[in-house]
Design a protein around this ligand. Structure first.
Ligand SMILES: C[S@@+](CC[C@H](N)C(=O)[O-])C[C@H]1O[C@@H](n2cnc3c(N)ncnc32)[C@H](O)[C@@H]1O
Length: 129
């Protein structure tokens, strides 16, 4: 959880998180969005990758898929990753959710399908000047 030790507010030009938001529960994502907004300089940019609609398995079911359909955010908790805590699961984001929800903390400039290494969707954000 934030804060990032030793990083002063408004000192970062560019920050990236590859395949991080795609695994965190919503509350933890919100905490990190607040932290990212804190450390970025005005006009600073964050590149964050997420699992987009293409990554939802065709045979997916359960409450998280209903949440994804209704809100555009789903958190699938039916597994885990060896060596990482239980909270570390699989998050799925639709671009309308990102634009609506993440804009509480950052300007959302673009959501590029498969824009990160032709796999995860790439979200380009900026701290307002
Ligand atoms: C799928 S790996 C991606 C690692 C690296 N960015 C890459 O692309 O190879 C997800 C990363 O999220 C990190 N992580 C797990 N929980 C986190 C949290 N609460 N806040 C920030 N990062 C976290 C893990 O340590 C892990 O390195």
């Amino acid at each position: 959880m934030p804060p990032i030790p030793g990083v002063e507010s408004a000192t970062v030009d560019l920050l990236y998180g590859v395949s991080v938001m795609s695994h965190l529960p919503e509350g933890m994502q919100e905490a990190w969005l607040g932290e990212i907004a804190r450390v970025l300089k005005p006009g600073g940019v964050a590149l964050l990758s997420v699992h987009g609609p293409d990554h939802v398995p065709a045979d997916a079911d359960g409450d998280w898929t209903a949440d994804f359909d209704v809100r555009g955010f789903g958190f699938r908790q039916d597994g885990g990753t060896a060596g990482l805590p239980d909270f570390y699961q699989q998050a799925f984001h639709r671009s309308d959710y990102i634009r609506r929800h993440w804009s509480r903390w950052l300007e959302v400039l673009a959501v590029v399908p498969r824009g990160m290494a032709d796999f995860q969707d790439l979200v380009v954000c900026r701290r307002a000047s």
